[in-house]
Design a protein around this ligand. Structure first.
Ligand code: NAD
Length: 480
């Protein structure tokens, strides 16, 4: 069985304790590879390697680091099909999705920051005749980058690329649930001869390997994407050490649909924003708020379309949804569906596991689920489920829509559907959320700030925001 290796100081190495964790293929429920169960000793080796490599990497010209990032981007491109297959096998997402979204985006993340760093500049301020302030932007040091399982290589590279571009060295830990493409990335870095220690990838569990990494006194900043509870734990450890932190956390996003919207476009996009990647995208809308005038029309059309969505083998081109990422997550989603029913919710479609046949009979599949009849304060509408489960709720006025939209502890993303430009801007301004999509969803421009408010996180990724996070400003004032 394939054993994944850590990538430390430029070499693919086994964990020192020789311990491994089982890695499952969610489509079949079978173990198909083994992941290093790395200990603190492996993390320390990686951190020391990153520390040793820092001065050399930081002192390269921006253009030289940009060239390295471009080589990584080409390396991903040249193994596109292999990476897409690995992502789908590891995560359960449809192969067509990994091929069209995840892996191209990982390639683009490196490409984007290879060009961004070439154009990165800092400010100067002329204070008076003979007095100039200028700001240096220096790399911070060793960056700890920790990522989740839902968009494995996509989110992993979204941190690593700007960290490296800015001149930091990196110790990265991918999710133990989906480690394979991070491992393949380390093969790519080894193949292109990335200088030793610049990027280190250590595999293992969150509470052991991840915890050792964020607790290390030798790291200088933490960039984390994952659950809100994990983010709070990390903040408790990292904040008292006054290290920079960026936390991209959970969401409970509203889709706000007014009766004056372009119905067909809204319907098509809302299907996608509800169930893409089995609803396991932090930006998926899980609370669909519909103005009463079109509520019944929407309900009927939406449920009909959801019933038609094929849940199946991720390798099949016509599978709209694949498998849920892991057995614990599958059970958690089914538990939430039961809670929703106990709370009085009516399941309009789905609401149950799907059992496929043949080699997929033990895979973890859940029918896309639509629930109505719940009030906003119930657990189903307050807690993140992170699966193919949405609720629909009617509203009458703009004020009511706003109150419903803002009534959770989260604030990551929202969609607003209306043809009224004034209403769109009013709502866009008032919905408490880091990202608003009006009459669209997941239209990404990598230059824009990415992240959430309230319990959805602290800080922003993307564009200059990430390069600012991964650099330390130093002001120099000179009088002449
Ligand atoms: P998670 O918090 O369980 O794990 C995320 C990562 O943190 C994994 O690599 C894990 O091993 C590691 N980790 C866990 N405990 C740790 C600890 N004590 N110390 C250090 N590292 C630790 O999250 P998950 O289940 O992998 O991912 C799903 C969550 O991620 C959802 O809440 C989702 O909303 C969120 N998410 C947010 C964004 C965003 O941009 N805001 C994007 C994707 C996913």
């Amino acid at each position: 069985m394939k054993k994944i290796a850590n990538y430390i100081n430029g070499k693919l190495v086994a964990p020192q304790n020789e311990k491994y964790i089982d890695n499952y293929n969610p489509a079949t429920g079978k173990i198909y590879s083994l992941i290093p169960d790395s200990s603190e000793a492996d993390v320390n080796d990686a951190v020391v390697a990153a520390r040793d490599a820092f001065v050399g990497w930081a002192s390269l010209r921006n253009t030289e680091r940009a060239d390295w990032l471009e080589k990584i981007s080409h390396g991903i491109e040249s193994r596109m099909n292999e990476l897409a297959l690995a992502e789908s096998t590891d995560n359960g997402k449809p192969l067509w999705l990994a091929r069209s979204v995840d892996i191209p985006r990982a390639k683009d993340n490196f490409k984007f920051y290879s060009t961004a760093i070439r154009h990165f500049s800092s400010e100067s301020h002329q204070t008076a005749e003979g007095v100039i302030n200028y700001t240096l932007r220096k790399p911070v040091g060793v960056a700890a980058c920790i990522s989740p399982w839902n968009l494995p290589l996509y989110l992993f590279s979204w941190k690593i690329a700007p960290a490296l571009a800015a001149g930091n060295t990196v110790v990265a830990k991918p999710s133990e649930v989906t480690p394979m493409t991070a491992y393949l990335l380390s093969e790519i870095c080894e193949e292109i001869g990335l200088p030793a220690g610049v990027l280190n990838i250590v595999h293992g569990l969150g509470h052991s390997t991840g915890n050792a990494l964020i607790s290390s006194d030798e790291i200088d900043l933490v960039s984390f994407t994952g659950g809100t509870a994990t983010g709070a734990h990390i903040a408790k450890i990292v904040a008292p050490k006054f290290k920079k932190m960026s936390l991209e956390l959970g969401g409970k996003n509203p889709n706000i649909i007014f009766d004056d919207c372009d119905f067909d476009k809204m319907l098509k996009t809302t299907l996608n924003s509800s169930f893409a990647n089995q609803g396991q995208i932090c930006l998926c809308g899980s609370r669909i708020l519909v103005q009463r005038g079109i509520y019944e029309k929407f309900k009927e059309a939406f449920v009909r379309k959801v019933k038609d969505m094929k849940v199946g083998d991720p390798m099949q081109e016509d599978s709209r949804q694949g498998a849920i990422v892991s057995q614990p997550h599958y059970e958690k989603i089914l538990d939430y569906i039961a809670i929703a029913q106990e709370e009085g919710g009516k399941v309009l479609t789905g609401g149950k596991a799907i059992h496929l046949e043949g080699e997929h009979k033990d895979g973890w599949y859940i029918a896309p689920t639509v629930i109505e009849g719940l009030d906003q304060q119930c657990r189903t509408n307050q807690e993140e489920i992170f699966g193919p489960v949405v609720t629909i709720q009617p509203f009458d006025t703009e004020e009511e829509a706003l109150a419903l939209a803002n009534s959770t502890g989260y604030g990551l993303a929202a969609t607003i559907w209306t043809s009224d430009l004034h209403k769109a801007h009013r709502m866009g301004n008032k919905v408490e959320s880091g990202i608003i999509w009006i009459n669209c969803w997941l239209l990404r421009d990598l230059r824009t700030p990415f992240g959430g408010v309230k319990n959805s996180g602290v800080g922003r990724e993307g564009g200059w925001e990430a390069l600012h996070f991964f650099t330390e400003p130093k002001n120099v004032c000179i009088a002449y």
